[in-house]
Design a protein around this ligand. Structure first.
Ligand code: G
Ligand code: G
Ligand code: MN
Ligand code: NA
Length: 254
């Protein structure tokens, strides 16, 4: 597979970069964190989005070294921002299925936190529902071990997978991220509005934080606010951008 070889070379050549997208605290009107999103920047070519290469990295196992690089780079960046005097905030990192199932995930995270000196509460791991459902009992154990490190756990793309509400209650989860597919239609699709409202209400009842992804318009924001959503992420606030670019915005929005 040509792309696999290219991805391996890209990793050793340092062609992957992280972009960061702010997570907004609605009540405080402040940035509460950022999500790290990986991109591939081949020299002299257009940037490649993770939608194109993450599935291949996942199939080939390259996701393990790539995911390790993402985790280490994101945590180091989070620490660097702390040291530069930005308020300590959450660094959210996506985990793939393969990483979640890997034997040494917990040890890796423990090690990266120690190396980078990022406080564990500042790291939020984004997981998807589909990771848990196959081996639910085993997943609960992994989640508990991760949680015992002190990190935060979020369920990404919430609402798109199969979730048993019983399990949701038993999982040591801190946050639900409402999938952007429900946010898109908020202004015109009553079904999307019902789904978003239901997830927000459920999160409140379970004492979980709730974030809406993919917020692009004031109208969507108003509707989510009316339902009591806590946190937002989307182009309305900021696109994912390289670290240096975000620092300019941090300074302006302090
Ligand atoms: O940034 P963008 O919207 O193009 O991301 C597309 C998809 O790639 C999203 O589903 C996102 O969760 C995933 N993704 C982005 N960065 C990472 C990463 O570092 N690791 C994993 N596993 N997935 C990522
Ligand atoms: O699956 P995950 O939620 O990790 O992926 C987040 C993806 O959503 C990233 O690829 C990011 O670039 C994208 N994204 C972030 N904000 C918006 C938005 O407002 N609109 C759209 N369409 N995509 C967004
Ligand atoms: Mn995510
Ligand atoms: Na998502």
């Amino acid at each position: 597979l040509v792309l696999e070889t290219q991805l391996r070379q890209a990793l050793s050549a340092g062609e992957f970069v992280l972009h960061y997208q702010p997570l907004i605290d609605a009540r405080k009107g402040q940035v509460m964190g950022v999500e790290a999103l990986v991109r591939w920047q081949p020299p002299d070519k257009a940037m490649v989005s993770p939608g194109k290469f993450i599935p291949i990295a996942e199939e080939t196992g390259l996701i393990v070294p790539l995911g390790e690089w993402v985790l280490r780079t994101a945590c180091a960046q989070g620490r660097a921002w702390m040291d530069a005097g930005f308020p300590p905030f959450v660094m959210a990192v996506n985990l793939s299925v393969r990483q979640f199932q890997s034997e040494n995930l917990v040890e890796l995270i423990r090690q990266v936190l120690e190396e980078t000196k990022l406080p564990a509460v500042c790291l939020e791991l984004e997981l998807t529902e589909s990771m848990f459902m196959e081996h639910a009992e085993q997943s609960i154990e992994i989640l508990k071990t991760l949680k015992s490190l002190g990190v935060r756990l979020a369920i990404d793309d919430f609402g798109t997978g199969y979730s048993s509400l019983t399990y949701l209650k038993r999982f040591p989860i801190d946050k639900l991220k409402i999938d952007q597919s429900f946010v898109h239609g908020l202004a015109y699709d009553p079904n999307d509005r019902e789904i978003a409202a239901t997830i927000i209400a459920m999160a409140r009842n379970l004492k979980l934080d709730v974030l809406a992804e993919g917020v692009e318009s004031e109208q969507q924001l108003d509707i989510l606010n009316q339902h009591g959503c806590d946190y937002y992420q989307g182009y309305l606030f900021h696109r994912p951008v390289p670290a240096q670019e975000l620092e300019v915005w941090f300074r302006e929005n302090k």
